[in-house]
Design a protein. Structure first.
Length: 117
């Protein structure tokens, strides 16, 4: 456990709990969803992460992992579904429908594996 530093304010010692540079980056969609999930369904874990200073770091990691999963899985699943530029040019509505379906499938995987685990 890290040692806390304190600032004296009158007769009181107030913990110096500033944010690190990693903690200043804004949360993305999946990090915010993970935060809401922890608050509502896992309050003990949420409080422990918050007090130890690891909450924002973990939420940013969830965002990074989700983006990486999307970047890796989307081309693979699009190739398996037979999505090509020719299909995009000849039947853009069908291409968009299939792409939306693939994106929704990947999002369900991300929610199950990263956000709600």
């Amino acid at each position: 456990m890290t040692e806390l530093k304190y600032n004296r304010c009158g007769d009181y010692l107030i913990p110096d709990m500033g944010l690190s540079d990693d903690d200043r980056t804004p949360l993305g969609r999946y990090g915010a969803m993970r935060c809401s999930y922890l608050k509502e369904h896992r309050p003990g874990l949420y409080t422990r992460l918050l007090l130890s200073g690891h909450l924002i770091r973990q939420l940013n990691e969830v965002d990074r992992a989700a983006a990486q999963m999307m970047d890796v899985m989307l081309p693979q699943m699009a190739q398996k579904a037979g999505l090509t530029e020719a299909l995009k040019n000849t039947d853009p509505l069908r291409w968009a429908g299939i792409m939306n379906t693939i994106t929704a499938q990947i999002e369900e995987i991300i929610l199950a594996e990263l956000v709600y685990s």
